[in-house]
Design a protein around this ligand. Structure first.
Ligand code: ARG
Length: 478
C-alpha cells in the first residue's frame, strides 16, 4: 500500500520544499535560515536514521511498504549515513532540519521509495523520538564518566582514610577529619547525581513514534514492534503528550545543574587548597596553566572553569522551563528551541565529569600542611569538652571551661595539645594525663567511630559499601 503522491508544485520558488504544495511564494531568505535547525540538530543524524529504519521495517510488516521499497530505503540510508560520517554530506539550510535533509537526500538517492518513508509519520513524532534516543545515549555517556570519577575518588579515599586535615564550618577550622572522609562526602553528592541521571533516563525511555503530527495515524501501525527495534522500554501512551512535552529535557538539565553545582563546590575547594595560603594539595601541571605576565603563576584552570560552567547549566534549565510554560498542546515551533540549551547541557556535563575523572586521581595531598592546619586551629576543643563530660561535668559547663583554655591558647599562641598538664588543670581539676589521648588529632578522629563518622576504620568500611552502591545505582534495564 502506497501513499498518494503529492501534486507537482506550480510555484517555482517553493518547489524544493518537502511541504511546498500549498505555498504560492517561496520562503523569505532570512526567514528560511531563521527558522532552520539543521545547524544544530544534525548531531542527531544517527538517531534520525535509526528511527527511519525502524519505522520502515514496521511499515513493511504491517503491509504499508513493500519489501523492495524497504530494501531500497535501507540501502539509501546506509549511503547517507556513510556520507555524513565521512563529512561529505551536503547539509542545506533550505531543507530546514536534520529530518528533511536526510529524507530529501534519500529520495535523491533512491527515487520514489524515499517519498514513501514518511507514511504514517510526522516530523513531530520523529523529532521527539530522535531527541529521546539521543538523550538516552547522552545519559549513558555521562554516567560512564561519573562512574569513572567516583571510582577514582574511592581509590583516593581508601588511600587517605587516615590522612588528617581540618574539617571546616564557616570556612573556619572546626574539627579534624580525614581526607578520605572529605572525599567520601564528595562521593555521596555524586552518587545522588548518578541516581538522578538514572531516573532521568528511565522516564525518557518511552517511544513517541506513532503519535504522528498530534492525533496518531490512520495506518495500521505496530508500535510495539518499533519500540522493540529502537530499544525503548515503553510506548508513549498519549499522542498529544508524546509530540509536545519536553519535560525529560528539563529533567536532564535539572540533573546537570545539580551535578554542576556539586562539581562547582568541589572546584571551589580545589582552588582554595591549591593556593599558597592553604597549600593542601598539588595539582599536576597538566591540569593547570601559567600566566602570560607573572612567571610564578600556576593556575588551577580546570576547577575554575568547571565552577564557571555551572552558570550555563543553570541558565539552560531556566531556558527550558520558560520555553515550555506557555505552550498549548500539542507541538509548537517553540520546541525547536529546546535543542541548543539541551545539547549545551549534555556537552557541559560530559566534559566537566570527564575533566574531573582525569584530574581527581592525580591530586597529590600535602599531608604535612593538612596536619599542621588541623593542629593550629584548636580543632580538638570539642574533644576536650566531651572528655570533661565523660568525667561528670555538664556539657554547657565543659564548653565554658574549654572556651577559657582556648582563649589562653590564643593569647599564648599554643594549641591545646601543646599545653602542659599543669596548665590544663588550671581550667579544670578533672583533667588528667589521659587527656592527651583525646587532644591528639588521631585520638579525635578515631573517636568518631560510627557509620558516617570520620574514624579511619569507618572511612574504609564506607569505601567498601560505596563500591557496591556505585555498581547498582545507574540502571539501563528500566
Ligand atoms: N525542526 C523541528 C524541531 O526541531 C522539527 C519538527 C518540526 N515540525 C513542524 N511541525 N514544524 O522541532
Amino acid at each position: 500500500m502506497n501513499t498518494p503522491e503529492k501534486p507537482t508544485s506550480t510555484s517555482s520558488g517553493s518547489a524544493a520544499k518537502l511541504w511546498g504544495g500549498r505555498f504560492e511564494e517561496s520562503t523569505d531568505a532570512f526567514v528560511e535560515s531563521f527558522t532552520a535547525s539543521v545547524q544544530f540538530d544534525q548531531r542527531m543524524y544517527k538517531q534520525d536514521i535509526a528511527g527511519s529504519r525502524a519505522h520502515a521495517a514496521m511499515l513493511q510488516k504491517v503491509g504499508v511498504l513493500s519489501e523492495t521499497d524497504v530494501d531500497q530505503i535501507n540501502k539509501g540510508l546506509d549511503a547517507i549515513e556513510a556520507e555524513i560520517a565521512a563529512g561529505t554530506f551536503e547539509w542545506s539550510v533550505s531543507r530546514e532540519d536534520v529530518h528533511m535533509n536526510i529524507e530529501a537526500a534519500l529520495t535523491e538517492h533512491i527515487g520514489d521509495a524515499g517519498k514513501r518513508l514518511h507514511t504514517g509519520r510526522s516530523r513531530n513524532d520523529q523529532v521527539a523520538t530522535d531527541i529521546r534516543l539521543y538523550m538516552r545515549e547522552a545519559c549513558d555517556l555521562a554516567a560512564a564518566e561519573a562512574i569513572r570519577l567516583m571510582e577514582g575518588m574511592l581509590v583516593l579515599a581508601d588511600k587517605h582514610s587516615d590522612t588528617i586535615m581540618p574539617g571546616f564550618t564557616h570556612l573556619q577550622s572546626a574539627q579534624p577529619v580525614t581526607f578520605g572522609h572529605h572525599l567520601m562526602a564528595w562521593f555521596e553528592m555524586l552518587l545522588r547525581d548518578l541516581d538522578r541521571l538514572s531516573d532521568t533516563r528511565k522516564r525518557l525511555n518511552a517511544m513517541p513514534l506513532g503519535a504522528a503530527a498530534l492525533a496518531g495515524t490512520s495506518y495500521p501501525i505496530d508500535r510495539e514492534m518499533t519500540k522493540v527495534l529502537l530499544g525503548f522500554h515503553s510506548v508513549c501512551e498519549n499522542s498529544l503528550d508524546a509530540v509536545s512535552d519536553r519535560d525529560f529535557a528539563i529533567e536532564f538539565c535539572a540533573t546537570t545543574a545539580t551535578c554542576l553545582m556539586h562539581l562547582s563546590r568541589m572546584s571551589e575547594e580545589l582552588v582554595l587548597w591549591t593556593s599558597a595560603q592553604f597549600n593542601f594539595i598539588r595539582l599536576p601541571d597538566r591540569f593547570c596553566t601559567g600566566s602570560s605576565i607573572m612567571p610564578q603563576k600556576k593556575n588551577p584552570d580546570v576547577p575554575e572553569l568547571v565552577r564557571g560552567k555551572s552558570g550555563r547549566s543553570f541558565g539552560n534549565l531556566m531556558t527550558l522551563l520558560t520555553l515550555m510554560k506557555g505552550q498549548p498542546l500539542a507541538y509548537n515551533k517553540d520546541n525547536q528551541e529546546d535543542k541548543e540549551p539541551l545539547f549545551d547541557s549534555v556537552d557541559t556535563l560530559i566534559g566537566s565529569l570527564r575533566a574531573f575523572a582525569d584530574m581527581i586521581p592525580a591530586i597529590e595531598p600535602n599531608e604535612t600542611a593538612m596536619r599542621d592546619a588541623a593542629r593550629s586551629g584548636f580543632s580538638t576543643a570539642t574533644d576536650l569538652a566531651d572528655y570533661l563530660v565523660r568525667k561528670g561535668i555538664a556539657f554547657r559547663d565543659a564548653h565554658e571551661v574549654v572556651g577559657l583554655a582556648v582563649r589562653y591558647g590564643v593569647e599564648n599562641n599554643c594549641d591545646l595539645a601543646d599545653m602542659s598538664l599543669d596548665t590544663l588543670r588550671q581550667f579544670s581539676e578533672q583533667i588528667d594525663a589521659d587527656v592527651f589521648d583525646v587532644l591528639t588529632l588521631e585520638g579525635s578522629v578515631n573517636s568518631r567511630d560510627h557509620i558516617g563518622g570520620t574514624a579511619p576504620g569507618q572511612v574504609k568500611a564506607a569505601v567498601v559499601r560505596a563500591k557496591l552502591r556505585l555498581s547498582t545505582t545507574y540502571r539501563t534495564d528500566v
